[in-house]
Write a protein that binds this ligand. Structure first.
Ligand SMILES: CC(=O)N[C@H]1[C@@H](OP(=O)(O)OP(=O)(O)OC[C@H]2O[C@@H](n3ccc(=O)[nH]c3=O)[C@H](O)[C@@H]2O)O[C@H](CO)[C@@H](O)[C@@H]1O[C@H](C)C(=O)N[C@@H](C)C(=O)N[C@H](CCC(=O)O)C(=O)O
Ligand SMILES: Nc1ncnc2c1ncn2[C@@H]1O[C@H](COP(=O)(O)OP(=O)(O)OP(=O)(O)O)[C@@H](O)[C@H]1O
Length: 488
């Protein structure tokens, strides 16, 4: 319980109507979750406008309303706070409500189109193995020490986020590693947080359904670095074309990592195989269990961040050499008889798919076939559909287009939008099977000895969302089941 006046500290207030010296039980941005004594923050969202639910929130017991536009009639016994921006107010109020938890631990945010989950997860594992109690906020799961807390978003809303950070502080965490999605930056879910560091992995084609243009997507990502304080670090991948741009206006300590050019944290791949990476980092030569060039980048990001947080180079590299990747990120299983390699990967952007396929091509020993099973999500960026189809057809021997999470869309229509991306001379390599399980089964039946089957797009996910209903589905389990069923 906190006094409204205190929760409003640092919020850009336009006007206050009513008594702000009242106790607030909880904050909520959703009228459906309001209880007696709560403050309701009305947010103009993508699908709805929270201002339309102010009356409903009051009828359920809200005694404080935070909004951009005041209702025509104000009710007695309710304090109305008009703010210039409800999204920003929500972030700042959530931090104040939970005693600014981000200031009580070292919070590192990871942004970029690909690699966020991997980098945040490896940082969490590294620091945990170094003996620190840590927190993780990621797409796959949130974690406090060994406790796993299911994740609904890459970056939760500001209230859930601060509640989670407060729980981490209460349980003695010294470090928290979190993914910072571009949606979260744009919707100010991270407003009011104090970061000890920010990491930029890369930026490519994604989320243009939301951000509309690539320039806007870049601008949003960059604004995270613009807001970092001077005592934080800002670590960027300078092999990415936009790596330097990200840090142009930051006040934070700038640092870079690279595989190709001079950088604060420079690495070189000496060997890249199915058993892992052998890299030179600074003066040291180290084996890692993670696979592929993109993971060499992720490892450099983690290494750089750990050094910037004051950790010893030798200890960091020793522990990193034994760390495993995140679930559903280049996870692989080998069939018992034919030694078919089944790879499950979360690649759901053209760039990630290209990276995974390039990695597989690099790693294959001889002329084994690469058979790819891939789909594209519904209700998300449609422009990537033909590109992902083109990338998979170009870099695989056989491709099966299938459903990812069609969500509210017609799965057959999504597949048709993918198919148009395939050049005429590559069409004979592709078939389309809407049912994902059947598609995986077909891929395995087409695979011969030592062939490689990539099942891309859903990674760790344990469900498939069709027409708004989530059905249990696990790519890795289906692969295992099909290896058995088909006696491979
Ligand atoms: C498009 C999008 O990003 N939407 C997010 C956004 O919702 P919104 O503000 O637009 O919600 P809205 O439905 O328009 O409603 C506006 C307001 O009215 C309120 N409302 C609505 C109905 C009602 O009866 N009462 C009520 O009070 C809502 O609670 C909300 O505050 O803010 C919400 C709170 O933070 C998010 O939960 C929600 O995520 C939706 C579910 C989502 O799917 N988001 C995805 C796209 C997303 O955020 N993804 C990124 C990762 C992307 C990636 O890298 O792959 C993530 O960080 O997870
Ligand atoms: N540094 C990287 N560069 C390019 N591709 C990468 C990189 N790291 C991982 N990938 C690829 O992208 C996929 C997603 O990786 P990861 O989950 O770490 O990224 P993410 O940014 O968290 O994505 P999301 O927020 O959508 O979960 C991986 O399965 C892998 O195929």
């Amino acid at each position: 319980m906190k006094v409204l006046r205190d929760i409003l500290y640092n919020v850009n207030i336009v006007s206050i109507h009513g008594d702000n010296n009242i106790e607030v039980h909880a904050l909520s941005i959703d009228s459906r979750h309001i209880a007696q004594g709560d403050a309701f923050i009305a947010i103009k969202g993508v699908a709805a406008d929270g201002h339309a639910y102010i009356t409903k929130a009051i009828s359920l017991g809200a005694t404080a309303i935070v909004c951009e536009d005041l209702p025509a009639e104000l009710q007695d016994g309710v304090c109305y706070v008009q703010v210039s921006n409800s999204h920003a107010a929500c972030g700042i109020m959530a931090s104040n409500f939970y005693n600014n938890p981000s200031k009580q631990l070292q919070l590192v945010g990871v942004t970029g189109t690909n690699g966020k989950t991997t980098i945040a997860t490896i940082l969490f594992r590294l620091f945990s193995k170094m003996g620190y109690h840590c927190g993780l906020i990621s797409t796959v799961q949130n974690q406090i020490g060994d406790e796993i807390i299911p994740s609904t978003h890459t970056t939760p809303d500001a209230i859930s986020l601060n509640a989670l950070l407060a729980k981490m502080v209460e349980e003695g965490c010294l470090y928290a590693f979190m993914e910072v999605s571009s949606h979260a930056i744009h919707q100010q879910r991270i407003a009011g947080l104090q970061f000890a560091g920010g990491i930029f992995s890369n930026i490519t084609h994604d989320h243009l359904d939301y951000h509309k243009t690539f320039d806007e997507y870049i601008r949003v990502k960059k604004s995270f670095f613009d807001s970092l304080p001077s005592n934080a670090f800002a670590l960027t991948n300078i092999d990415d074309k936009r790596g330097n741009v990200m840090l142009q206006n930051t006040k934070a300590r700038k640092a870079s990592y690279s595989l190709r050019t001079l950088a604060d944290f420079k690495g070189k791949i000496l060997e890249n195989g199915l058993t892992g990476l052998f890299m030179q980092i600074g003066e040291s030569e180290v084996h890692f269990r993670l696979i592929g060039e993109f993971n060499a980048y992720n490892l450099l990001a983690v290494y750089g961040a750990a050094i910037l947080l004051g950790k010893s180079k030798d200890e960091v590299l020793r522990i990193l050499s034994d760390v495993q990747g995140a679930e559903g990120r280049f996870e692989y299983i080998v069939s018992a008889k034919d030694k078919i390699i089944g790879i499950v990967d979360y690649a759901h952007t053209p760039d990630a798919l290209l990276n995974v396929l390039a990695t597989i091509k690099n790693l294959r020993q001889g002329h084994e076939q690469i058979i790819t099973v891939v789909g594209c999500g519904g209700d998300r960026d449609k422009t990537k559909r033909p590109i992902m189809a083109e990338v998979s057809a170009e870099h695989s021997d056989k491709v099966i287009f299938t459903s990812d999470n069609p969500r509210s869309e017609d799965p057959a229509e999504i597949i048709r939008e993918m198919e148009v991306g395939v050049a005429a001379h590559l069409r004979k390599k592709t078939i389309s099977i809407q049912d994902r399980k059947e598609a995986i089964k077909t891929a395995i039946s087409l695979a011969g000895k030592d062939d490689i089957v990539l099942v891309a797009g859903k990674g760790h996910e344990k469900y498939q969302e069709i027409h708004g209903v989530k059905h249990p589905f696990d790519d890795k389990k289906v692969l295992e089941e099909m290896f058995q069923l088909l006696g491979k």
